[in-house]
Design a protein around this ligand. Sequence first.
Ligand SMILES: Cc1cc2nc3c(=O)[nH]c(=O)nc-3n(C[C@H](O)[C@H](O)[C@H](O)COP(=O)(O)OP(=O)(O)OC[C@H]3O[C@@H](n4cnc5c(N)ncnc54)[C@H](O)[C@@H]3O)c2cc1C
Length: 358
Amino acid sequence: MRPLSLAGVIGLTSALLLAEDPANSVTIVSKHMPGDYDIEYTSPWAGANFMPMSFEENSRWERRTWPVLKKLAEEVPEAGIHFQRVQVYRRDKDIITGAASFDGLFVSNPWFGTLFDDYRELPPDELPPTASSGCEWTSVCINTAIYLPWLVGRCRRHGVVLKRAVLSHIREAKELHHTGRPADVIVNATGLLASRLGGVEDQSVVPARGQIVVVRNEVLPMATISGTEDGEKEVCYMMTRAAGGGTVLGGTYDVGNWDANPDPNIAVRIMKRCIELNPSLTGGKGIEALDIIRHGVGLRPYRKGGVRIEADRSILEDGTPVVHNYGHAGWGFQGSFGCAEKVVELVQAIQTQEKAKL
Ligand SMILES: Cc1cc2nc3c(=O)[nH]c(=O)nc-3n(C[C@H](O)[C@H](O)[C@H](O)COP(=O)(O)OP(=O)(O)OC[C@H]3O[C@@H](n4cnc5c(N)ncnc54)[C@H](O)[C@@H]3O)c2cc1C
């Protein structure tokens, strides 16, 4: 088939798995490409690490992605992924008030307890003063500045052709296949911009604004906690990326906020919270000892009702199928391979239907 996809982590991973089948000839068309930093383009801003956010019933995407990222960390250093221990702390008050109830990461006895070989609950003497309970395991952290170009390289190795274009309506994608013949399936991996793309205009997609501070100080383990004292839009996490990618300090999860500018007051609170949770970040000193590389803001593609992965023949007038894969909020990297696998299944089903018509 002649699929056409887009160039965030979701579009690239979908394109890669489709292109592994030599019967497919894949084009990527995108407004932004790896190397760009733009508020409309989420993937470069991600941490990114693997801390499952799903509940058991929708864990397929993350469950299927973990073995692939683990293998890359073990065998493919050029992908920019390394193993890091992670500690997840819970505060009883966030669990009791339900403040953390949207996030499967903070439940006790989580489904992912059996996903990781070395998962364990933390004894009280290993918890920071602010936590009531917690767990740890060996996870991975991805340097997105290395990983996204690596995905591009893998795609090119499989014959994928990448082109720049801005689509105002999804039907325009059909005529952009590199063979000059029309694309016969379009993978819609437009992330946050699925809210604006003509023919899709999914109003349930909104930004979940994430402000970060990237510093040179290193931290181990990666860590997060279920809530903060600074309001429900403010969160706390930290991770040191592979291969000189710096340490990402976060953050915020502010649904509906499109502001691209880092707020200096929020930045101060982010740094203070991270040091409070792990004082070793600055060797016991204050935020003045943080060596800042940059401040940043990324907009997670949050979708009310969850991710959309399905085939849709109702958009294009001629019935050309569109396979949607957007709305991954804060878990696009850690769910990328599981979701791309589903895209391949949907494209195969379309192919079977087309053959049956002949
Ligand atoms: C601060 C922060 C921390 C995060 N941490 C993590 C983490 O630790 N782990 C994790 O798994 N995830 C994390 N995420 C979430 C993750 O970054 C997203 O889920 C993921 O990047 C979404 O990828 P995407 O490909 O759907 O969207 P995008 O990366 O935005 O890609 C969309 C693509 O579609 C193209 N496009 C859109 N509209 C058009 C159009 N009209 N014409 C042409 N091209 C178009 C864009 O140019 C772009 O190439 C984090 C996000 C943020 C902001």
